[in-house]
Design a protein around this ligand. Structure first.
Ligand SMILES: *[C@@H]1O[C@H](CO)[C@@H](O)[C@H](O)[C@H]1NC(C)=O
Ligand SMILES: *[C@@H]1O[C@H](CO)[C@@H](O)[C@H](O)[C@H]1NC(C)=O
Ligand SMILES: *[C@@H]1O[C@H](CO)[C@@H](O)[C@H](O)[C@H]1NC(C)=O
Ligand SMILES: *[C@@H]1O[C@H](CO)[C@@H](O)[C@H](O)[C@H]1NC(C)=O
Ligand SMILES: [Fe+2]
Length: 461
């Protein structure tokens, strides 16, 4: 054997040894993944006002910006919202299990309307109408715009809450209205979820001069293709505040609260999930209304009836991204103890424009003298995911802290969305889909086991 060959052999051996050392290190340190996937780094570009997705539906006073959200805790009510631009028009919704023809729809609900001024903008007429006494797992046709241009849509109500009822949620945040936003929504649609858990920051109208509220209108026209056909569960983010004293606008959440009819903190029960929505930008200190509500709400959760406990919040409690670093910390300190005690399964946040998933950790041992202030692996703790990667105009949060903290399982600065597919009381498949891949490609996927029914160490991956 020549010296050269022998040297190469030694090199190969060295590589093999190094490889095993590396494997050992990974196993011992249980290091997380900071994905080096090269996303495109061009600036995100807003879709122009004449883009196809923003088109105003034809016809005088045609209902536009149609969206639905759950109207009660059991899935037997749906709130339908829409805007008429030319004149007030009717707030009536006709609906039917049997007929897609608006003339033949036999059920009727009367809604209400509102409108608002914002600096020199005046909104259209915003209608909200609640359909009640719906049957579970039933397809309904519905229509509005009577007297002028009628438009009709359909949705399927969620199944009756129960411990083993499967359901697929989309998890979307910080969507905005860029070309990337459109890709995110298209991929979600291709993945076929039953409802969206939306973790805040909708239109980014406030990034435009004078908080140009026509961007609230374009955004709602853009997402209508999904939000008119399945419920979107809304969480309020900082881009919903629209506080602008320099414009004489002193009322927080004015456009959002007029357009989206859900409270800022509330809960819904869907299939086998109990979803708790928190408000990062409403008071949550001790004795505040939100604090009192959450304490009572967690006591109402019945894991025998709805095994999966999911919490939505805008500002993440566990994020190792340099952007918005530790902004969620005060709320974490206030509420994490309760969420761990309640054995929540998953906490979904947005705000940070990147993707991250945590291991099951908690940081609740600390008191003011014991110095135990490091997150530790905790079986009862939820998995935290940040999906503020919807694709808005502000771009990617491409500045992760180094080194990756041990609680962080996977992180990547790309746009995308996630899905949570609940199979039964013990198993749910969680997956994150990056925009650069085909819709069905899973860039980060993990089986979650339920914290109440099967609290195994599912967070090794
Ligand atoms: C947005 O996506 C939809 C569905 O993929 C497509 O039909 C539409 O042309 C897209 N619009 C823009 C402005 O990219
Ligand atoms: C509001 O004011 C801005 C700036 O003066 C102007 O460009 C815009 O056209 C006005 N909008 C309306 C609806 O009057
Ligand atoms: C990145 O994040 C770190 C940590 O929060 C911060 O100190 C730094 O200023 C950030 N860099 C940029 C370019 O934003
Ligand atoms: C729950 O779903 C998981 C994943 O599909 C499956 O492996 C498991 O057997 C199911 N459990 C029951 C009790 O059906
Ligand atoms: Fe935000």
């Amino acid at each position: 054997m020549s010296n050269v060959l022998r040297a190469r052999r030694r090199l190969d051996l060295l590589q093999v040894v190094l490889f095993f050392v590396a494997v050992l290190l990974v196993v011992v340190a249980d290091a997380g993944v900071t994905s080096q996937y090269r996303r495109k780094l061009e600036a995100t570009v807003e879709m122009p006002l004449d883009a196809d997705v923003f088109r105003v539906p034809p016809g005088y006073n045609a209902p536009q910006q149609v969206h639905i959200t759950l109207g009660d805790q059991e899935g037997t009510a749906m709130i339908v919202s829409w805007v008429t631009a030319n004149e007030l028009g009717s707030s009536t919704v006709m609906y039917s299990e049997a007929s897609p023809d608006p003339e033949k729809m036999e059920l009727r609900a009367e809604g209400t309307h509102t409108r608002y001024d914002y600096f020199n903008y005046t909104s259209g007429f915003i209608h909200h109408c609640t359909l009640t006494n719906l049957k579970h797992s039933t397809k309904y046709y519905y229509a509005m715009g009577f007297g002028h241009t009628v438009r009709s849509f359909c949705f399927t109500t969620p199944p009756m809450p129960g411990p083993d009822v499967p359901f697929k949620f989309g998890l979307i945040g910080d969507l905005g209205q860029t070309f990337d936003s459109n890709t995110t929504l298209s991929h979600y649609e291709a993945n076929g979820g039953d409802a969206v858990l939306y973790v805040g920051d909708l239109s980014y109208a406030d990034n435009h001069p004078l908080h140009d509220n026509t961007r609230w209108d374009t955004w709602a026209r853009f997402v209508e293709r999904s939000a008119a056909h399945q419920p979107w569960v809304w969480t309020a983010g900082n881009h919903e505040l629209d506080l602008a004293p320099e414009l004489g606008e002193h009322v927080p959440f004015k456009p959002f609260a007029h357009r989206y009819p859900t409270p800022f903190w509330y809960s819904v029960r869907v299939a086998s999930a109990h979803v708790v929505v928190l408000a990062s930008y409403s008071a949550y200190g001790k004795y505040t209304a939100q604090w009192e509500w959450l304490r009572a709400e967690l006591a109402r959760v019945d894991r025998a009836a709805t095994p999966w406990l999911i919490v939505l919040v805008h500002s993440p409690w566990y994020s190792s991204n340099g952007y918005h670093y530790m902004e969620g910390e005060t709320m974490r300190v206030q509420f994490e103890r309760w969420i761990v005690a309640a054995k929540a399964d998953l906490v979904v946040a947005g705000h940070v424009h990147a993707y991250e998933r945590s291991h099951r950790v908690s940081n609740v041992a600390y008191d003011i003298i014991n110095a135990r202030c490091t997150p530790v692996r905790t079986r009862d703790a939820p998995v935290y995911v940040t999906v503020g990667d919807g694709g808005n105009i502000e771009g990617i949060a491409d500045n992760f802290t180094q080194p990756q903290p041990s609680y962080s399982a996977f992180r990547e600065a790309s746009f995308g969305h996630a899905t949570l597919e609940i199979r039964n009381r013990t198993h749910a498949y969680y997956a994150w889909h990056r925009n650069q891949d085909g819709a069905k490609v899973v860039a980060d996927g993990v089986w979650l086991t339920n914290r109440y029914w099967m609290p195994t160490d599912d967070d090794i991956n």
